[in-house]
Design a binder for this molecule. Structure first.
Ligand SMILES: *Cc1c(COP(=O)(O)O)cnc(C)c1O
Length: 421
């Protein structure tokens, strides 16, 4: 017998989430400034979204696929949940095989985004798993674990109880120390959003060795791998020996091919990856992710998968390389322009983000206000990505060249001198 009246109750873990604070607060401050200075032409270098239009090769492939859908003989309904073989095989060949990494097509799961994948992966692991994240961090990794109940309450610094934060600052070269306590699930992002730094082969090997020794699993987010210039730097965690037993990798067409509005990404789950089950044996993560994917997802649309396939054509590769060159030239302009003013800048060489140390001990939000008021330029306060981001500021190279140049010109002419030294 029920002793309390039945009623719908929400998932209390959602109540632990701190309010979506960063981008709303940025928007509020920009609105307030605009109302005082309606004449000011504001340049936004805060958001991590691409601006260049979709490559022609991908548009053509998509149109052709739409035309196939117009004929009964070539029409396609539901496709395989894991993605079409033509795309999985192209990825295995070009993204991995070409770098000497063996990933089989059936270890690749096509999806509609790395945000969803990196947010969903936690649900196939135990609810009591201890998670470790770098600080600052892409908020998706933390919030999805809070929603799933793997944390306590948030404290005044913005850290959730029970989650292991690994500070990543200039002092440690943005390469955090291995956790002191036992952790089960480790989130790494390289090239990093927001710090713009990239893990070397040795740094990545340290994590793979650690995960193997501790029986932990690494979630490796390589959404920005295409922005790596230095040929010595690893693009995939599977370039490190032994990673197939301990790592899942996330990739996306969003940033390299301008697919943020098209939606296509993929997750790599090697067949050797296992974790402890309740009988004390080991279960295949590949089998579980496949189970989850088939239960909760019905595949990416056929025209979008054809567009993604076209990214690997000779023409697609040329177009993508050109877009990346464009953004990385923006990054160079930002990085060198700010460094010339005496600011300390990180990233922006093998990643589209420039991570700036705020001058004169200014807080992230103080520097935000200074840049907005003096130069009418909007960036992202580092503190919004975690407490260790305080005293830093993120500028994105995803903008049009003329805006980047104008932004740097304004910063130089209006902010140099006392304010920055
Ligand atoms: C942009 C981004 C992604 C890609 O997300 P999609 O959902 O594929 O658009 C993944 N991880 C990080 C850290 C990102 O910044």
């Amino acid at each position: 017998m029920l002793n309390s009246a039945p009623m719908a109750k929400i998932n209390t873990h959602y109540e632990k989430l701190k309010a979506g604070y960063l981008f709303p607060e940025i928007a509020r401050r920009v609105r307030e400034f605009s109302s005082l200075r309606p004449d000011a032409k504001i340049i936004r270098l805060g958001i991590g979204d691409v601006v260049l239009p979709l490559p022609k090769s991908t548009r053509e492939a998509m149109k052709k696929a739409v035309d196939e859908m117009a004929e009964a003989s070539t029409f396609r309904g539901y496709g395989p949940e894991q993605g079409y073989d033509f795309l999985r095989e192209a990825i295995a060949l070009h993204d991995f095989g070409a770098r000497g990494v063996k990933i089989h097509a059936d270890e690749i799961f096509i999806s509609d985004g790395s945000k969803c994948d990196s947010g969903n992966i936690q649900e196939i692991f135990d609810g009591a798993s201890r998670i470790a994240v770098t600080d600052p961090v892409y908020p998706v990794y933390v919030d999805t674990n809070v929603m799933a109940g793997r944390s306590g309450e948030v404290d005044s610094s913005g850290r959730y109880a029970g989650i292991v934060y690994m500070p990543s600052t200039a002092e440690n070269g943005f390469s955090p120390a291995l956790p002191q306590e036992k952790v089960d699930l480790i989130y790494l992002c390289s090239p990093n959003n927001p710090t713009g730094t990239v893990m070397t082969h040795e740094e990545l090997k340290r994590w793979v060795d650690y995960a193997r020794a501790q029986d932990a699993v690494i979630f490796f987010d390589a959404a920005y791998h295409a922005f790596i210039n230095n040929p010595e730097l690893p693009h995939s965690i599977y370039e490190v020996e032994g990673a197939r037993e301990v790592a899942v990798e996330f990739r996306s067409f969003s940033k390299n091919a301008g697919f943020t509005g098209i939606r296509c990404a993929f997750t790599v789950v090697p067949k050797e990856l296992t974790a402890l089950n309740r009988s004390g044996g080991r279960s295949s993560i590949h089998a579980l992710w496949n189970r989850r994917h088939c239960t909760k997802f019905n595949g990416v649309s056929y025209p979008v998968q054809r567009a993604a396939e076209a990214v690997y054509s000779a023409e697609g590769q040329r177009e993508v390389a050109e877009m990346i060159r464009y953004y990385m030239e923006n990054a160079r302009i930002i990085r060198e322009g700010l460094a010339a003013l005496g600011l300390k800048v990180y990233g922006g060489v093998d990643a589209p983000y420039v991570w700036v140390k705020t001058p004169q001990g200014l807080g992230s939000w103080e520097f935000f206000d200074l840049l907005l008021k003096e130069a009418h330029v909007v960036g992202t306060p580092g503190a919004g990505f975690g407490p260790s981001g305080e005293g830093y500021f993120r500028l994105s190279s995803f903008g049009f060249r003329e805006n980047i140049e104008e932004a740097l010109h304004r910063v130089k002419s209006r902010l140099s001198g006392a304010a920055l030294r």
